[in-house]
Design a protein around this ligand. Structure first.
Ligand code: KG4
Ligand code: ZN
Length: 341
């Protein structure tokens, strides 16, 4: 089965082809990502209008390159999967519409994919032997969730951020410290070279829940910015606090669920210090950590195609009227035809 995946939920236009026999799992045949980072950098963040226009500019060539790279013509594609949400409405519409048009043209099933669930599916590309039950920590620019997958394709959110996402906190703090955009890699670099560190508070939920909170940390960084508070020291303190909170949440979730497999997913999972801390946690708890390579953690379409592959195997197909779902919750059913976006 060959699946074409398309991703355009935020600021990367991406297309990929995955292939695999029915016993699976699939493997990546091609994966093309056109990043818009340079376009948004002058504004210090993603400008939705620019993002939509850039997706329109690149989507056709990105899909063509993915098909050519996989040496699979459209007529040999068995289903087309595209991100329907969550994400920026105008951005989502571009990839979603392209995916529907290609599915219609090829007379093949169309599958709408949830972007956050797809971040978790990426782990199956990295570790073919991966099986549920597993606990996933998804930390991206818009989401920070602890997700329990008891059975294949079942997603139960057992913890989430109550305010900012971890990636959002990285981006806002980087802006505050004048470290530029995107914030994650900039803070990671500054923290790595810092010789000292400002201690910052880690927000812990007192009610035993597995939720997170990162907005207080952003305020703490703003307040700690004195004349001698160089960006490196604050970046290092911020990063330690974020990672401390993520590890504490994951540890609590491992304890409460009894899961023995921990998946690290989403753009923030590209962070080397977080990967190290999670590896340490897994070792301590006797769990197995699956942290896919960085290009499978940050936004890509291989994860969308992989999600599509697992759904296509179950015979899933969705109507071409499936709307974009900017607020699509992890684990919820896709929005139905005619529902408001
Ligand atoms: O999953 P992703 O690529 O896009 C969304 O779905 O949002 O995640 C993007 C987020 C951004 O907030 C970015 O700053 C963060 O991931 N990020 C990182 C690193 N690389 C990307 N955060 C911390 N350390 C990194 N190395
Ligand atoms: Zn993402």
């Amino acid at each position: 089965m060959n699946i074409l995946g398309i991703e355009s939920s935020c600021d990367e236009t991406a297309a990929a082809v995955v292939s695999g026999g029915r016993s699976g799992p699939p493997r990546v045949r091609s994966s093309v990502v056109a990043s818009q980072v340079a376009m948004h950098r002058p504004y210090g963040g993603v400008v939705p209008e620019i993002a939509s226009r850039e997706h329109i500019r690149f989507v056709t060539s990105v899909v063509e390159r993915a098909l050519r790279g996989a040496k699979i013509p459209l007529k040999r594609v068995d289903a087309v999967a595209a991100t329907a949400g969550p994400g920026l409405p105008g951005s989502l519409l571009v990839g979603l519409t392209a995916g529907k048009a290609l599915a219609w043209l090829a007379e093949k099933p169309f599958i709408a994919v949830n972007h956050i669930e797809a971040h978790i599916w990426a782990a199956f590309l990295d570790r073919p032997s991966l099986r549920p039950p597993l606990l996933a920590l998804v930390a991206s620019g818009g989401h920070t969730e602890l997700v329990l997958m008891r059975r294949l394709a079942s997603f139960e959110v057992i913890g989430r951020t109550r305010d900012d996402a971890a990636g959002e906190a990285y981006d806002k703090v980087a802006k505050l410290l004048g470290l530029g955009y995107p914030g994650g890699p900039a803070i990671e670099r500054a923290a790595r070279t810092a010789r000292r560190e400002v201690r910052l508070p880690v927000a812990r939920m007192k009610d035993g829940s597995m939720d997170f909170s990162f907005s207080g940390l952003k305020t703490a960084v703003a307040n700690a910015r004195g004349p001698e508070g160089g960006p490196g020291k604050l970046a290092a303190g911020f990063q330690r606090a974020v990672i401390g909170a993520l590890v504490a949440g994951a540890e609590r979730a491992l304890g409460q669920t009894g899961a023995r497999t921990l998946v690290l997913a989403g753009g923030v999972a590209a962070n080397a210090a977080l990967r190290g801390a999670m590896a340490e946690l897994a070792r301590k708890r006797g769990a197995v950590l699956v942290a896919p390579p960085i290009d499978l953690c940050t936004d890509n379409a291989a994860m969308i195609a992989c999600a599509g592959w697992f759904m296509a195997r179950e015979g899933t197909r969705m109507p071409l009227s499936t709307p974009a779902a900017p607020g699509w919750n992890t684990g919820a059913r896709p929005a139905a035809e005619g529902a408001a976006a």
